[in-house]
Design a binder for this molecule. Structure first.
Ligand SMILES: Cc1cc2nc3c(=O)[nH]c(=O)nc-3n(C[C@H](O)[C@H](O)[C@H](O)COP(=O)(O)O)c2cc1C
Length: 210
């Protein structure tokens, strides 16, 4: 019988990034970023999961004050949030990790309580979601009826992603990542123009190649 080798611990070239192995930290929402600001314990959390040349993807990180739908998840749209990410990213880079920031907008997976001035969550549809059991198996997430964005409002969301991506790159202080970022933004704009039915948009941005 032919022997199958699983190359988990062999290097992998991912675009401009040379990963030393193929074990990746999946994005995991932690809900420890009080007031949407990453907190100091995240320095330890992410650096403990860093290996030299290993890829980490951050927990989903909001692009704007309308993007939130879960308690205490981080953002990257304000100066304070950007500053709070810096020591976390530094700690990962110190250990030689490659860190991508997952940026998102939850769309209608939200309710009035998460939205600025208690407004309706924004989405591509005005159909509300049914209440769902949260991942902890105890709490029930309630969703408010969303407001369907007008076509001309979509550009604001695209711009929020653009700013968040720039902020992530600022944290990573690396200009090499810009072309990847702009390509991803083009894809996003295309999706939005097609009125993508998904309510949750996720983009990945490298904070800095090692
Ligand atoms: C507690 C928890 C939080 C998660 N948070 C995110 C997230 O922020 N972004 C994301 O894209 N996926 C998130 N996921 C999905 C995981 O990244 C992963 O794709 C999923 O657990 C499937 O992988 P598995 O089959 O190895 O469990 C989360 C999963 C769990 C269990």
């Amino acid at each position: 019988m032919e022997e199958i080798t699983i190359p988990l611990l062999t290097p992998y070239k991912m675009g401009k990034f040379d990963l030393s192995h193929r074990v990746v930290l999946a994005p995991l929402t932690r809900q420890r970023s009080f007031n949407n600001i990453p907190q100091p314990p995240a320095v330890l959390y992410y650096s403990q999961r860093t290996t030299k040349g290993g890829l980490l993807i951050s927990e989903a990180t909001g692009v704007s004050d309308t993007s939130q739908g879960y308690p205490n998840t981080p953002g990257i749209w304000t100066k304070e949030q950007v500053e709070a990410w810096k020591p976390i990213v530094d700690a990962v880079h110190m250990k030689g990790g490659i860190f991508f920031c997952q940026i998102w907008h939850v769309g209608r997976v939200s309710n009035y309580g998460f939205q600025p001035n208690g407004r309706a969550p924004i989405s591509c549809t005005d159909k509300p979601l049914k209440a769902q059991l949260r991942a902890n198996g105890v709490d029930v997430a309630e969703f408010s009826p969303p407001r369907r964005l007008k076509t001309e409002e979509i550009y604001q969301v695209v711009n929020d992603f653009r700013i968040a991506a720039r902020n992530a790159m600022e944290v990573g202080e690396n200009s090499q990542t810009k072309s990847m970022a702009s390509q991803a933004l083009k894809e996003l704009s295309k999706k939005l123009r097609m009125h993508c039915p998904s309510s949750c948009l996720v983009l990945l941005f490298p904070l800095k190649p090692s």
